[in-house]
Design a protein around this ligand. Structure first.
Ligand SMILES: NC(=O)c1ccc[n+]([C@@H]2O[C@H](COP(=O)([O-])OP(=O)(O)OC[C@H]3O[C@@H](n4cnc5c(N)ncnc54)[C@H](OP(=O)(O)O)[C@@H]3O)[C@@H](O)[C@H]2O)c1
Length: 306
């Protein structure tokens, strides 16, 4: 079967399209025919070799974690899924394999999607939705009525976080560049800061900041918190609280706890999924380059069947 592969670390240029052998499934595993996969900044970082201490990979490595597709076959111990089921899931980053025509994964990692949900929409969900929910509610303990600042509101995680915070009854302030202000408002942001022409001066009494950027953005974010406020950061491993405020790194490890609710919210018409662009498997490199710019709008998709 065809798969994107790397044989060395580097920029997305190191990606090649190749033939890979599907490993033999264990009794609790299934074979999925991949219909769509979504690209995350994590894929770019793994390909660059930056994630070796956390998610070590060996060569040849087939990248990609978030995917949707159709089950081709199930192992003898799989009870709740069958061939033909439409599913969404996320592979372990060290295993990868989503930017390919087929993959093998434990049945327990999958969530069934309804016929009304497109494969592209489903593939966009695992990391973006799961990270947003974990950062806001599990780590950030966000409560109705609170004020939340979401950085990079037009990104994969940010676009989900705005909607989840709005659905939870919070006052949502998001950062975005001018071209994305209307999009971010349409997702539910009450206020938008154009980060290219405005600072955070004037933003006050924030209960929770979702930091997707680190560096100066994180530094500036401490000033907007109310006493006792909190920062959930996706990028600063060594965050320390300061001046009575707390900070915590969010480590998104599994989509399993989040996918059923994500699918329910989408099916109920409460979740918009923003697709930046869609690429064929042979154009995986271009898809990764798009994400590497850090200016994709929502999610970048790969369609292995096209
Ligand atoms: N710790 C974890 O477990 C975990 C999990 C998921 C993600 N992450 C990390 O979180 C980060 C965000 O992930 P993502 O998937 O949301 O990324 P993404 O989709 O690639 O983010 C792209 C968005 O960032 C916006 N952006 C870029 N620079 C900005 C700035 N200075 N201020 C405000 N917005 C800016 C862009 O908007 P404009 O075009 O308008 O500039 C674009 O829409 C990545 O570094 C990722 O690796 C970590």
């Amino acid at each position: 079967m065809k798969s994107a592969l790397i044989h060395e670390f580097g920029s997305p240029d190191v990606l090649v399209a190749g033939e890979a052998t599907l490993r033999t499934p264990q009794p609790e595993e299934v074979v999925v025919s991949v219909e769509a996969a979504s690209v995350n900044p994590l894929d770019v970082k793994i390909i660059a070799g930056y994630m070796q201490p956390i998610f070590p990979v060996t060569f040849p490595y087939a990248p990609g974690t978030d995917f949707s597709g159709v089950i081709e076959s199930v192992g003898e111990r799989v009870r709740h899924l069958k061939a033909g089921d439409r599913v969404v899931g996320r592979t372990t980053p060290s295993h990868g394999g989503a930017f390919a025509q087929q993959l093998v994964i434990a049945a327990a990692e999958l969530c069934v999607i309804p016929a009304s949900m497109g494969f592209e929409q489903a593939a966009a969900l695992p990391t973006a939705y799961g990270t947003a929910a974990q950062a806001l509610f599990d780590v950030g303990k966000l409560q109705p009525g609170q004020r939340v600042l979401i950085h990079a509101g037009a990104g994969g995680v940010g676009s989900m976080a705005i909607q989840l915070a709005q659905l939870a009854g919070c006052h949502v302030i998001a950062t975005a560049s001018a071209k994305n202000i209307e999009l971010v408002k349409s997702l539910g942001a009450d206020e938008v800061i154009d980060y290219r022409s405005q600072t955070l001066e004037g933003v006050r009494d924030i209960d929770l900041v979702l930091d997707t950027l680190g560096g100066e953005t994180l530094e500036e974010s401490w000033q907007v918190l109310r006493p006792g406020g909190h920062i959930s950061t996706l990028v600063e491993f060594n965050i320390q609280g300061r001046d009575g405020c707390t900070g915590e790194f969010v480590f998104f490890a599994s989509a399993v706890p989040f996918l059923p609710e994500a699918v329910r919210q989408f099916s109920a018409g409460r979740l918009q999924i923003i697709i930046d662009s869609s690429f064929t498997l042979s154009d995986t490199r271009a898809a990764l380059e798009k994400v590497a710019t850090a200016h994709a709008r929502g999610k970048v998709l790969i369609r292995p069947g096209t």
